[in-house]
Design a protein around this ligand. Sequence first.
Ligand code: SAH
Length: 562
Amino acid sequence: MDGKILIVGFGPGSYEHITVRAREAIQESQVIIGYNTYVDLIRDLLTNQDIVRTGMTEEVSRAQKAVDLATEGKVVAVISSGDAGVYGMAGLVYEVLIERGWRAGDNPLVEVIPGISAINSCAALLGAPIMHDACTISLSDHLTPWAVIEKRIEAAASADFVIALYNPKSGRRTRQIAETQRILLQYRDPKTPVGLVKSAYRDRQHVVRTTLDDMLNHDIGMLTTVVIGNSSTFYYDELMITPRGYQRKYTLDTMEQRLRPGERLKPENEPWSLNATTGECWTPTNPRSSSVQSGMTSPAGPTIRDVAATSDISPREWAAAALNCLNRAEKTSHVSTTLSTMVPSPRPSIFEIAVSPGVANKKFSSVQLVLLANLAGDEGEIEYTTAHQLILRTVTEDPEHIVKCLRDGGMTVLPVGDVIKVKACDFCDGEKHEGIPFAEEISRRLAGIPVEKELRIGFNGCAMSCYGAVNEDIGLVFRKGKFDLFLGGKTTGRNATPGQRVAEGIPAEEMPDLLERIVTHYRENAFPDERFHKFFARVGQIEGFNHRDRPQTVTADAVCGS
Ligand code: SAH
């Protein structure tokens, strides 16, 4: 009879978190081999299996016993908590088999059945701390030299990994966790969030939210997993959260652009992060909606919504309102550790902003270039782009100051990313200036507004159209006081095409309003990530202008005459 070794990870220790396959495997087996506590944890799933119980440190003999019994033809389940392949029995069983000359596919057959590891179960109880690159480190130096463990802690700390510490401390091993904290403090803010989860999903479950400098003041034991946040991890109410996007890029006035369109903080997508908890914190203005409620200022100070209700929101005001929310949450919170100690101090972030000398002006002065260089500093950079803008990236705690300097220096600043971009020509160096006021008005009204996908409006001041306005998503060609309008250009790709000329001779004073209506229609009705040309083709008509299908491409026979 063929023997079999089923290596079963049964999850954190509650029946609801055992996989169906793990249950089947336990039922299928004739012998269960496991550490005493583990056998007790799955006792109710056992029927008539023989049980081989062992002590904690007898892992090798457990693995040998399993191989012996399976070689005799028995179906043996070797059980591990969490996942059997994470500091569990899986590797050890293979090592014993290999030692005996076994090859993959030989008898006994081996199946490793995955389970929910402590890093996952503990993260779930804490909130969402493992949202970015993370690693596990076991602090047990029973089988690994401490020098190696130390190196790994150092590497993980310096590379800003979220870290789950397994086996952090036992009766005898108390030094390791203190040493780990010391190394981590060399790289991370003392207020970095740290979650301590003991006996996740078991009877004595205990969750503590603390910080790196405070973590040793709490009980940590053999059944604790310690989750250390990265430099972006934060507490929100009782939740420990690591943002999915790594660098927090400020943009001018819309917090939403820090995330890609598909990841935007929409209440329906990510209710934990928005007003689901308190109904008042973290409710950024919907950039599509112009009907922001006002008059909601509470006596306790401005809420995010109050701030958003003003037309000119600066990052500093956002931050102040966020802090205000947190302070209020602190007063009503049941969290044992005070939240104020957990609010990370402001840290420099990468501020990214598009800069140009103006809509019609294409020339930076040398003073402006020096100013840009100074603002970029040693750590920043300046990138030139196809959108008639430079992108300035600089590390700063005070984005508002950067914006002010740029504006004072006579430059136009706009957010980057999926926003409306207005690209105008230079109006023959200002000679053909009749169109300039219209270009400026359109830019003032529309540039920088968030959209599903970057939308470029090209503006040319005469029929030469030498800046290629007709190739943009929306093209405007100013001719003798009137506009020709082009819609749905596909700006890039093998099948790039100019926009369709949908109208000629639109009176100039009507153009800004008309354009605003076209853009509003797109903003309100586009699918996620849908570019303007696709949108135009899908809806078929915008503001009375009909979409026409393009002629089919003919595939030419490449070799002449054959
Ligand atoms: N195979 C297991 C890990 C075994 S090492 C897994 O994948 O989860 C033992 C360590 O795992 C413990 O010291 C503790 O750090 C962690 N651990 C296991 N179960 C846990 C639980 N229910 N709650 C918290 N930590 C747990």
